[in-house]
Design a protein around this ligand. Structure first.
Ligand code: HEC
Length: 454
């Protein structure tokens, strides 16, 4: 992705630190939402297929409610899914400036997949709603089942048929695209940690060979399962009082399935947390990585307890706690990954800072070409009539005024070429009528002289 490299400029250490904060925030938005939309699509697709095949309306209804509640709407999909991932890609592009490795390209591809996936997710969601609309009209039409078959115009039954196809197809496309997003995201972020082996990761095929990518991909799957189960519980039973149109049968059904999904995910999660910790390259390890892993571990154990109370004893009050604690666990996991990335890339970050400072200096030096013009001569011939360095004459002393330009020759030169009124206790300075090159020369002379004199 050469164009990405052209877009980014080397940043100074302060900017790099700011980027790290933005990266963590973008991850905090992206990862939980991605888990919800990914797991939500997968489970909704599975329950939908199962329900249609075995003619079980409860499953179809569950499938519809899951994708409705977890994916929310297209606007949210772009805002919490696509845009944060794009931000993450740009942060990595900045933090890995001029590093020859495929991480940033992989993240960029992940963003493209995500953008496509979001499209299909919401047409999947949409077709459910249209079907429901048709169902509702059938019900209020007061017609009996056999009457419906003869009385509904063929066009409409054709449309209904198409709609069912679109529904299952878009669900499948969305799922596959989200799966690809997860693979490329896992690849981009895990390869970034191997700062001592970047030369081994130069093309996409090498990503598939990396064990760390595979492990992190599985980690994302398990995270998605956990957050999806917890989110179903949360949005069905806790958030704003939960769903209102649930009868007892449906409510028990939803609680049982979602509870089991969440608990299974949460119970496997520690294994992956542990594996991803021991698979981490040495260049990325530090005390903080250890601490964040521990904190994530403890929160997941508590989540397991909460979820167990929900499944076994129907203690619904723990649903909210489990969900919020899970978001906190996401925070710890993200902090663990990002501190690891910071440790792995600290040499590169230092190099970027040096590059940034060099460029800054080059910029100041390069644009000023004073060859053949003598700044000192101009000063003595013109300016010294009104200016001294250390004392007031007609104009203010240079030692007081020149430092306010912060060594910026261009800025001082521009002012000399068209002076504006500055100090109330001095008259305005007449335009000395210098050519740009002459103004540059005298500006440079003044700046060198003032900073050298100190
Ligand atoms: C005729 C007198 C006169 C001459 C000649 C003159 N200046 Fe000035 N200069 C002034 C006065 C008066 C001020 C204060 C202007 C104000 O406060 O608006 C001033 C202000 C300045 C300042 C301060 C600007 C700021 O924003 O702090 C600089 C720098 C300066 N002059 C540079 C020069 C240079 C370089 C030359 C020669 C090319 C020059 N001046 C020639 C009278 C002069």
């Amino acid at each position: 992705m050469d164009f990405l490299n052209n877009l980014v400029i080397p940043a100074t250490t302060q900017h790099l630190n700011l980027l790290k904060i933005i990266l963590v925030l973008a991850m905090m938005i992206f990862l939980p939402f991605f888990g919800m939309i990914f797991g939500g699509t997968a489970f909704s697709m599975i329950f939908n297929a199962y329900g249609r095949k075995n003619n079980k309306p409860l499953f179809i209804r569950f499938a519809k409610d899951i994708i409705d509640k977890l994916a929310i709407n297209r606007f949210v999909g772009v805002g919490l899914g696509v845009i944060p991932l794009l931000a993450i890609t740009f942060c990595y592009a900045q933090l890995m400036f001029e590093v020859q490795v495929i991480s940033v390209s992989l993240l960029f591809v992940a963003t493209l997949f995500m953008a496509l996936a979001v499209n299909f997710v919401y047409s999947f969601q949409n077709t459910f709603q249209i079907e429901l609309l048709i169902e509702t009209f059938k019900n209020i039409s007061g017609l009996k089942k056999h009457e419906l078959e003869t009385k509904i115009p063929e066009d409409i039954s054709d449309y209904e048929f198409d709609l069912k196809n679109t529904n299952s197809n878009s669900g499948l496309y969305a799922f596959v695209l989200l799966l690809l997003t997860a693979i490329f995201f896992a690849g981009g972020t895990s390869i970034a940690l191997f700062s001592d082996r970047y030369q081994d990761f130069q093309n996409i095929a090498q990503m598939f060979l990396s064990g760390a990518t595979f492990l992190n991909f599985l980690f994302i799957i398990v995270l998605s399962i956990t957050v999806t189960g917890s989110a179903i519980l949360f949005f069905f039973f806790s958030w704003q009082g939960g769903l209102h149109d649930m009868d007892v049968e449906y409510s028990n059904f939803a609680k049982k399935i979602a509870g089991n999904i969440a608990f299974t995910g949460a119970a496997i999660l520690p294994v992956f947390l542990f594996l991803s910790f021991i698979m981490m390259p040495n260049v990325a390890l530090s005390g903080s990585v250890f601490i964040y892993t521990g904190l994530a571990f403890v929160s997941i154990l508590i989540i397991c307890n909460f979820l167990y109370a929900v499944i076994k004893n129907s203690e619904m009050k723990y649903i909210g706690a489990a969900f919020y604690l899970l978001i906190l666990a996401f925070g710890f996991i993200i902090m663990k990954n990002q501190t690891a990335f910071g440790t792995a890339s600290y040499k590169n970050l230092a190099a970027i800072n040096i590059r940034a400072e060099e460029i800054e200096k080059e910029k100041k030096g390069k644009t000023i070409n004073t060859a053949g013009v003598n700044g000192e001569e101009i000063f003595t011939r013109i300016c010294s009539a009104c200016h001294k360095f250390d004392a007031k004459l007609v104009g203010p002393p240079y030692n007081e005024t020149v430092p306010t330009f912060n060594g910026d020759v261009k800025k001082l030169s521009a002012w000399i070429q068209s002076p504006t009124k500055v100090f109330p206790d001095y008259p305005a300075m007449p335009n000395p009528g210098l050519k740009p090159k002459e103004a540059d020369a005298v500006a440079k002379y003044l700046i060198d002289k003032v900073s050298g004199g100190k």
